[in-house]
Design a protein around this ligand. Structure first.
Ligand SMILES: [Zn+2]
Length: 538
């Protein structure tokens, strides 16, 4: 089994993505997480380019990394200067790491048109810079920028750049598809050509502009590259960098190339989600291997196949990358989806019984009215529970009233105008009817306050539940203010998160339904936790 070293550049190249701005604390947190994952190298930043990266490297000295080595990034000296006078190289040498990556040009046109220097001077810049850093005792990786484009237009010169780097003692020649437009067979052919000319290790750094960064990376490994550079979730400028979350399982599970431990691989989904949290970017649900939809099944045929044989509609076992299969319930579902989903909740529904048919009919009729259970697993679970003959809800709504009012505090001052909402709620808990009222900054907020006020008397622990997200969608089937409205609510108690749905022609009623489901679901879970733990309510 061949082996490959993983080089993560989320903190440097990945941070170039629009919308990402990592603080030093963010970078330290991500470094710790990447170390847990077990990548070989973590590129921390470019100390010559900004003070934040200098501060990061200073703080990172206190991290005791178990698996990964921190690498600093910089570029070759400027033309017409001496390496020992170059401020960028000096800060790279002094940043306190053992390995550095130096980027230099390897394309004739880039040298003459962009760098505006001679081809010979560029070779000297590469050799001098690497020589200088080697003399300081550092391991140096050479990032050959625009290598594949350069190889296409003038392969002789592109190879001379690599020879200059190798001759100066570079430990790895990293071939870059900087503009991200190469095809896998072009990458493989270029790698093979380089492989024949040098014994120095080769690396691949691919961008995703053609949607091929992962394919290009795997093609490079097949051709002999032994270091792969990429970012978590494919973060990076434009269309991003090669996504390590696809590359790692691709190497290990599909190509049999050793690059990470089984335990590390099983952390991949967690690491992907964690880093998207730190980056404050919603994770694309359809990301291969790690996305929440990567192993979710909606079609009835797929689900019934899956129930018989797990691999029937999955290319790999989701558990190996720390993800899991998920079945979504929708009007497209068959009985199999309902049964599978119920089984996830620990309920065994008989496959031919009336109960399943009734539930399926109910889902279809509710979806007709605008409900959607694909992203509202908690509402679906309540639907199943409510169909059980012995189900007792923790509360029942008798009625509610909401008043929305625009008030002017002083007759002359328009600035003190405010919107006020007040809700009155009547709910039944056990045999008792409770009547409460509360204000809020909007009608839904007021309803939420009034309902909690009523329920907290009976269920004090409900105080832990908060609304994390509230989404309203106008359904296309109808028009204007008469439209059917769907409300999706995401709630959390700090430990678990759940989603509920409500739908109505009235936005307040739709919100109420989703809100009431959210609290009822949580109370149901508390009850079953207690029953499992055999504890009394405290
Ligand atoms: Zn790059």
């Amino acid at each position: 089994m061949a082996s490959v070293q993983l080089y993560d550049t989320t903190l440097r190249d990945g941070a170039q993505k629009e919308g990402i701005s990592f603080s030093v604390a963010d970078k330290l947190a991500i470094t710790r997480k990447l170390d847990e994952l077990g990548v070989h190298f973590i590129e921390g930043g470019w100390p010559g380019s900004n003070p934040k990266d200098v501060e990061f490297f200073a703080s990172a000295k206190d991290l005791s990394l178990r698996n990964s080595e921190l690498v600093a990034f910089g570029s070759t000296r400027q033309s017409g200067t001496r390496a020992e006078d170059d401020a960028n190289l000096k800060s790279l040498a002094g940043v306190g790491v053992k390995t550095v990556t130096v980027v230099g040009k390897s394309s004739e046109l880039q040298v003459t048109r962009v760098l505006e220097t001679t081809l010979e001077e560029n070779l000297n810049m590469i050799a001098d810079s690497i020589g200088y850093l080697r003399a300081k005792g550092l391991t140096v990786f050479f990032d050959a920028e625009h290598f594949f484009d350069g190889f296409k237009t003038n392969s002789g010169y592109a190879l001379r750049c690599l020879e200059a780097a190798a001759g100066a003692g570079a430990g790895c020649l990293v071939l870059c598809d900087t503009n991200g437009g190469s095809l896998p067979d072009e990458i493989a052919a270029a790698i093979r050509a380089v492989r024949e000319r040098t014994v120095v290790a080769l690396g691949i750094h691919a961008h995703n502009d053609g949607g091929l960064a992962v394919a290009n990376t795997l093609a490079a490994v097949a051709g002999g590259a032994s270091q792969v550079q990429g970012t978590i979730n494919g973060y990076g400028e434009r269309c991003g960098n090669a996504d390590l979350c696809s590359i790692i399982p691709g190497l290990k599970l599909k190509m049999g190339v050793d690059c990470i431990t089984d335990a590390g691989l099983a952390k991949l989904t967690e690491v992907s989600h964690y880093i998207s949290e730190v980056a404050n970017l919603a994770l694309d649900a359809s990301l291969p291997y790690v996305g929440s939809s990567a192993f979710s099944h909606k079609g009835g045929l797929h689900v019934s196949g899956l129930a018989k044989w797990a691999e029937s509609y999955q290319h790999t076992d989701p558990a190996r990358v720390g993800n899991r299969s998920r079945v979504v319930v929708s009007e497209l579902s068959g009985r199999g989806n309902i049964i599978y989903k119920a089984r996830e909740m620990g309920l065994d529904l008989p496959s031919r019984g009336e109960q399943v048919k009734r539930l399926l009919d109910q889902v279809k009729s509710l979806e007709n009215r605008g409900f959607q259970y694909e992203n509202a697993g908690a509402s679906f679970e309540l639907l199943v529970r409510r169909a059980e003959p012995d189900y007792r809800p923790s509360f029942e709504l008798v009625d509610f009233m909401v008043v929305v009012e625009r008030r002017r505090r002083l007759p002359t001052s328009a600035e003190l105008e405010e919107m006020l909402s007040e809700a009155t709620v009547k709910v039944k808990v056990g045999g008792e009817i409770i009547h409460t009222a509360a204000e809020g900054n909007g009608p839904v907020n007021a309803l939420d306050h009034a309902l909690r006020k009523a329920l907290l008397q009976f269920y004090p622990s409900l105080a832990a539940v908060r609304l994390v997200d509230y989404k309203v969608r106008i359904l296309e089937e109808s028009v204007g203010t008469e439209s059917q409205v769907r409300v999706l609510i995401e709630s959390s108690d700090g430990v678990r998160e759940w989603r509920t749905v409500g739908s109505s022609a009235n936005i307040i009623e739709a919100s109420w339904l989703a809100l009431a489901d959210s609290l009822e679901y949580w109370l149901l879970k508390q009850k079953s936790d207690r029953e499992k733990g055999g504890k009394e309510d405290g």
